[in-house]
Design a protein around this ligand. Structure first.
Ligand code: NDP
Length: 253
């Protein structure tokens, strides 16, 4: 089934670390390098490093590494419209960029953090989808992978903004799937539990002790575990959509 990714153009947001980076590697491996990847995130140097790793492993691969801040939603459509021609006919959009900031009760959440979470996790994801959808509609084909979270299904104290952002991703994915019924455009939502990535460092703003405590005493998922699920979904027959995947380590329920 891996050959179903061969020759495709895949755009990944948040490809500079964690699940996004792992998805780039997993997709490249599945297609044995016969793939074009558009890697985006804010930290261009990390994307460049990943791009050179991939191009030295797979001689045939084509990688475009570009900085794109999805929270700046008005930059998204121009970005998609100005892609170099050989990358412009996107086949797969992986809406992965996202973050949590803080784990405080509602009254203490900083307004700039509220803005950043909604702007990135929700509005960025919606704007990316709006920008890429015309390409998919034109050829009646394409896959959209949205990273939700267990947090969107099972809210917890301290997740007063992050949980609603991920519930929004779920609701948006449902609407999209229903609007696209009877087309060959698939919408896959992947909802991981705890994954050990930079996510917690970002959430606790560099307080590494707090970040580590999230994973202490359990074996979490790793980024490549989630990437495997994403690539599994993308390599199903075109009549099949892995609509929602709740992915836990065996230490979480
Ligand atoms: P990481 O922090 O390792 O990766 C997050 C990625 O998002 C980075 O590449 C970061 O790149 C990018 N990003 C953040 N803000 C922006 C922005 N404004 N514009 C563009 N890119 C941005 O975390 P994960 O890999 O764990 O997270 C990936 C997704 O998975 C997120 O949507 C997260 O909510 C979700 N998730 C994570 C879980 C976990 O436990 N780790 C559990 C469930 C869901 P840069 O900083 O360079 O812009």
């Amino acid at each position: 089934a891996a050959e179903r990714l061969s020759g495709k153009i895949i755009l990944i947001t948040g490809a500079s670390s964690g699940i996004g980076e792992a998805t780039a590697k997993e997709a490249a491996a599945a297609a044995n390098g016969d793939i074009k990847l558009i890697l985006t995130a804010r930290r261009k140097e990390k994307l460049d490093k990943l791009a050179s790793e991939l191009t030295s492993t797979y001689p045939k691969i084509k990688v475009l590494a570009e900085s794109l801040d999805v929270s700046k939603t008005d930059t998204i459509k121009p970005f998609i419209e100005k892609l170099p021609q050989e990358f412009s006919d996107i086949d797969v959009l992986v809406n992965n960029a996202g973050l949590a900031l803080g784990r405080d009760e509602i009254g203490s959440i900083l307004s700039e953090d509220i803005q950043a979470m909604f702007q990135t996790n929700v509005l960025g994801l919606i704007s990316m989808t709006q920008a890429v959808l015309p390409i998919f509609k034109k050829k009646n084909r394409g896959d959209i992978v949205n990273l939700g979270s267990v947090a969107g299904r099972d809210p917890y104290p301290g997740g007063g903004i992050y949980c609603p952002t991920k519930a929004s991703v779920k609701s948006f994915s449902h609407v999209l799937r229903k609007e696209l019924i009877n087309t060959k455009i698939r919408v896959l939502e992947v909802d991981p539990g705890n994954v050990e990535t930079e996510f917690s460092n970002v959430r606790f703003k560099g307080d590494l002790q707090k970040a580590k405590s999230v994973y202490a005493g359990t074996e979490p998922l790793y980024a490549d575990d989630v990437a495997e699920i994403i690539v599994f979904g993308l390599t199903r027959k075109e009549n099949t959509v892995l609509a929602e995947s709740l992915v836990f380590s065996t230490n979480q329920a």
